[in-house]
Design a protein around this ligand. Structure first.
Ligand SMILES: [Zn+2]
Length: 400
């Protein structure tokens, strides 16, 4: 990102494409890569060392749908309100969302009559968004598509993106597109997982192919400055196990809020950017691997039934890093139809419909969608009332 020296931080081994759920006949042609991340000694940017080509990841049948989570629905409803109340105040203001998925955020602005356009390379997700009244362009967001949008729709007052910017290895193309499309006084707002939380809570499964960069405030501040913008505000948000909302503007067009300097200071005090912090993280996740495999092996040997809950992208990292296959977790249940009847990437654990979870309830459920733990545990009260227990693994392995 800044030409500083990048030092390897953690190697999670041979990993598959995290969202590539397989039909049994596809097992032999599966794509793998080495999942390792490094940190820049100068700007603290954490990045993967061997990128997976994006056309392998965001295919037309890309199965992730944001709206399956009630928690995310309410989060993006708040975002839509916030943008409408503070930025999209003119009748003709345009908002463009990069990676609009199934329209979870834009459909609320669409319903309010706000001029909008979603840009998303996955045709399936875009079709779901269009069905809810959202205008979508099936495309990657870059300088080329931004120029075309500018020609047809005019400049955007707000460009928004959630959990997408860090996916693009060649991030310059995204910012050149923003530069093309954004009004002089507009803002580019993006949300992403926070590396400080990942390190603090050993959320190693936040590292998977799609998350090419793991952002800190200091690293984003340096990055956007190099790309011709200014980071003017940051805010911590409690989704996906800890995220940050970054507000970026053209230099000098907005007042820089004290939140930026405050969080950069916090990161320095916490040791983000210091090698020892990452060595500690490496030791902690090795311990998780040992403990989790031991627990699952003991439960299996004792004749207990364990199922996985949530065939998330994160679960690809956990199962493949720990070497957990169908012998330890016979199946994973998931509500997404596109994943059901398939095998999980790399580990080849069958994915079954959500109904399989309670038919009958297992003794233990490995919570692979832990970023929605509160919502899931409230929904599955009956599982616990019947004697079921959750297995969690970060920041340490435990049964609750
Ligand atoms: Zn750097």
């Amino acid at each position: 990102m800044c030409a500083g020296p990048v030092r390897e931080w953690v190697d999670l081994g041979r990993q598959p494409v995290s969202n590539a759920f397989l039909m049994p006949e596809e097992v032999d042609s599966e794509t793998f890569f080495r999942l390792a991340v490094g940190i820049c000694a100068d700007c603290t940017m954490v990045q993967q060392l061997e990128p997976m080509p994006t056309d392998n990841m965001f295919r037309p049948d890309y199965p992730y749908r944001s709206s399956t989570s009630a928690g995310l629905c309410s989060h993006f409803e708040e975002v839509a309100h916030l943008l409408r109340d503070t930025e999209l105040t003119g009748v003709d203001d345009l908002v463009v969302e990069i990676g609009s998925n199934d329209g979870i955020m834009l459909r609320r602005l669409s319903a309010a009559g706000v001029r909008h356009l979603g840009v998303d390379p996955s045709a399936g997700a875009a079709a779901a968004a269009a069905a809810s009244g959202v205008r979508v362009r099936v495309d990657f967001f870059d300088e080329r598509s931004a120029a075309e949008i500018l020609a047809t729709d005019g400049p955007a007052k707000v460009i928004f993106s959630a959990n997408t910017v860090s996916h693009v290895a060649d991030i310059d193309t995204v910012f050149r597109g923003v530069d093309r499309l954004l009004t002089a006084d507009g803002i580019f707002v993006f949300e992403d997982r926070y590396v400080s939380d990942i390190v603090e809570y050993a959320y190693f499964d936040q590292i998977y192919d799609e998350h090419f960069y793991l952002f800190a405030v200091r690293s984003v501040d340096a990055m956007v400055a190099r790309l011709g913008f200014e980071l003017v505000d940051v805010e911590r948000i409690p989704i996906h196990g800890g995220s940050v909302r970054y507000t970026v503007a053209r230099p000098g067009s907005r007042e820089r809020r004290p939140s930026v300097a405050r969080m950069v200071d916090e990161e320095a005090r916490y040791g983000i950017g210091e090698h020892e912090t990452y060595l500690r993280f490496g030791r902690q996740i090795e311990r998780i691997r040992t403990d989790l495999v031991a627990l699952l092996t003991d439960l299996r040997d004792a004749g207990r039934r364990v199922v996985g809950y949530g065939a998330t992208s994160k679960s690809a990292t956990v199962t493949n890093y720990c070497g957990i296959g169908p012998d330890l977790v016979p199946f994973i249940c998931d509500t997404t139809p596109e994943k059901q009847g398939r095998l999980s990437p790399g580990a080849h654990i069958p994915v079954r419909p959500y109904a399989a979870f309670s038919d009958p309830y297992p003794d233990y459920a490995l919570l692979l969608a832990w970023n929605h733990a509160e919502e899931i545990m409230a929904k599955e009260r009956q599982f616990v009332e019947q004697g079921g227990r959750w297995i969690l693994y970060a920041p340490h392995v435990r049964i609750v």
